[in-house]
Ligand binder design. Structure first.
Ligand SMILES: CC(C)(COP(=O)(O)OP(=O)(O)OC[C@H]1O[C@@H](n2cnc3c(N)ncnc32)[C@H](O)[C@@H]1OP(=O)(O)O)[C@@H](O)C(=O)NCCC(=O)NCCS
Length: 209
């Protein structure tokens, strides 16, 4: 077993986690807006209830997806090119408090493979690199998966009625945490550019001007 270095070092990662999950983790950008909206709209009623702590309709989910793309740092986990998990980091509106919010959702078919743990690591690293001081995750009090995830960190838990608040202290950024986020972003950009070039080339071949 090892602990991840740098900004995400509070989160325990072991070898079995690494082997359990395959798939690609990357930031979602404005070009992914429709994909993210489709992901949220595909959530079943129980998952919507768990994620948003109440019943939410499609209009709410469309607005939420648009808000994330415009204002948050969003990570997506892809299995076989399908988006199966999303981690959200909403930066503090008041920078002075340093309090960011995070949330996670994984499709039922992809759960218990370490995906949320992986999203949490990425979100924590991004929070550190943006000099957030704490990360608040709100879930229903009987959400055992979230409780276990929070237990991997030095989270302070508080319960009020049906709601569990986990406040995670965000470590200071390190050269390594900046490097890892930057390298991941650069590799995503290169993949996107290459994909655009291939798509353009296919378009030209299929319907030459
Ligand atoms: C919460 C959620 C994101 C977890 O996703 P996941 O990819 O299945 O989580 P992981 O595989 O990384 O598992 C994390 C831990 O929770 C445990 N776990 C997962 N599902 C569990 C369940 N139903 N009951 C008990 N423990 C569970 C795992 O065994 C793991 O524990 P460990 O630290 O001892 O290894 C997912 O269940 C989900 O999308 N739920 C609906 C949305 C939601 O509730 N979001 C939280 C509010 S923001």
């Amino acid at each position: 077993m090892r602990r991840e270095e740098g900004a995400g070092r509070q989160v325990r990662l072991d070898m079995s986690d690494r082997l359990r999950f395959a798939g690609r983790l990357r930031k979602l950008q404005s070009r992914d807006a429709a994909l993210l909206e489709g992901f949220f709209l595909s959530l079943d009623a129980e998952t919507r209830q768990s994620r948003f702590h109440g019943a939410v309709n499609d209009g709410f989910l469309r607005r939420h997806a648009a808000m994330l793309i415009g204002e948050a740092v969003v990570y997506g986990l892809f299995l076989d090119d399908a988006l199966v998990g999303v981690g959200e980091l909403v930066l503090p509106t008041d920078r002075a408090t340093g309090k960011a919010e995070a949330a996670f959702v994984v499709l039922p078919s992809a759960r218990r493979r370490g995906i949320a743990g992986r999203l949490l690591n990425a979100v924590l690293r991004s929070a550190a690199n943006r000099r957030c001081r704490s990360l608040m995750i709100i879930s229903l009090r009987d959400n055992w998966a979230m409780r276990k995830l929070a237990a991997r960190t030095a989270a302070r838990l508080s319960i009020a009625f049906d709601v569990l608040e986990a406040e995670i202290a965000v470590p200071a950024p390190t050269a390594l945490s900046f490097f890892r986020e930057t390298m991941a972003d650069m590799s995503d950009t290169m993949v996107s550019l290459a994909t655009d070039r291939v798509e353009e080339s296919v378009r030209r071949t299929v319907s030459p001007a």
